[in-house]
Structures are given as C-alpha cells and as structure tokens.
Design a protein around this ligand. Structure first.
Ligand code: MN
Length: 217
C-alpha cells in the first residue's frame, strides 16, 4: 500500500512537472468588465483566441522536452532560435494572460506610491502619461500591442507587432512589462467597431493599477 502511494505521488509529481505551460482560468467573469469591455468580446477573446494560441503553442512544442519545461520568459528570451509557430502562438498565449491580469472589475483609477512618483518624474504627470500611452495605441498600424515596460529602472511606452512582446530576444530579466493593451481588432471590434480611441478610454477605466504597481520594481 505504501509503495503504491509513493509511486502514485511520484506520477503526480512528474505530471505536475510536465505542466509548465497551463491554460489559466480568466481571473473574473466574462461580464465583469462591463460596460467598458463587453461580455461577448471577453468570451470570444478568452475562449477562442486565447485558447487557440495556447493550443497551437502546445502543439508547436509537443515532443520538444526543452521547450516543454522552459519557462515562458526563458522561451521569449531565445525566441529567434525557435520556429515562427512558437513565436506567434507562444506570444499570443503569454500576452493574453498578461493582458487579463492588467484589468480588474471596476478598475482602479490611479497608481500610487513609487510607480506614481516615477510616472510623474518621467512623463510630467499621470495625465501626460495617459495621453502618450493613448497616442501610441492610436498610431499603431495593424495588429499588435502597446506596453508600459521598465528597463534599467526607466519607464518606456513601446509597441510590438502581431503577437510579439518586449521580452522577445532580450536577456531574461532585463525587461519588466508593467501594463499591456491588446490592439488587435478582435479585442474591441464587437463593441467599439472602428472607434479605437473609445476602446482605449474604456480600457483605461478597468486597468488594475494595483497589479501594475506590484509589477513595478
Ligand atoms: Mn487578443
């Protein structure tokens, strides 16, 4: 009996080890971000788009034990070494998980403490930062992402095309993403259609600044 328990525990342990890349539940209900991000968009975005990236990523790394056990940040850091399917779908998988964690029901209007001070120092004020962030979203051509990142202590607003992200092909730990907005039309078209500015304004109403502050070092 004891041997059976030990062997069972070993298999559970090995099983857990193999599950480096998991598809996490959405941290809130589909309708939790209403009226800013609508439930139908959230449902399709999470259960079709995000799930699709995850499934295709898992298919792309299947049988490659190194990729199956490497952390996502480690994979990102060496992305040029891997097939494009790993880049597109691994990026899509990681970016969306980060994006869900950047929002919260009801939002939190402003960051506080060290991050607030840093934003004021670098951008002049929270309003100016938000203006610059929105401008970056508005001027992004095609599908992609806009990020607030921390690099060498500095805050930067950067963009990435497709499902790329700022971690890709950079030394692991050198880039700290703080906030991300998905600027693919699938993120907003059902509710906002071509009105990208209205989407950014609504996104900013549900940003979880507590989470963003926690990501800030
Ligand atoms: Mn998306």
């Amino acid at each position: 009996m004891k041997v059976f328990i030990v062997i069972s525990a070993l298999f559970i342990f090995i099983g857990a080890q193999a599950q480096t890349h998991v598809f996490k539940p959405l941290p809130y209900a589909y309708d939790a971000l209403e009226p800013y991000i609508d439930a139908k968009t959230m449902e399709i975005h999470y259960s079709k788009h995000h799930q699709g990236y995850y499934d295709k990523f898992m298919a792309a790394i299947k049988g490659n034990s190194a990729l199956e056990s490497l952390s996502m940040p480690a994979i990102m850091a060496s992305m040029n070494e891997f097939p494009v399917a790993v880049r597109n779908n691994g990026g899509g998988y990681w970016n969306h998980e980060f994006f869900w964690g950047s929002m919260t029901p009801g939002g939190r209007v402003l960051p506080d403490g060290a991050l607030k001070n840093r934003i004021n120092t670098q951008f002049g004020s929270m309003e100016k930062f938000l203006e610059e962030f929105k401008n970056a979203v508005m001027s992004l051509f095609g599908s992609g992402w806009v990020w607030l990142i921390q690099q060498n202590g500095e805050l930067k607003i950067v963009t990435s095309p497709n499902q790329d992200n700022p971690l890709m092909n950079m030394p692991e730990g050198s880039i700290h993403p703080l906030l991300a907005i998905d600027v693919w039309e699938h993120a907003y078209y059902l509710k906002h259609q071509n009105k990208r500015a209205a989407y950014v304004d609504d996104f900013l109403k549900v940003v979880d600044w507590n989470a963003v502050s926690k990501r800030y070092l």
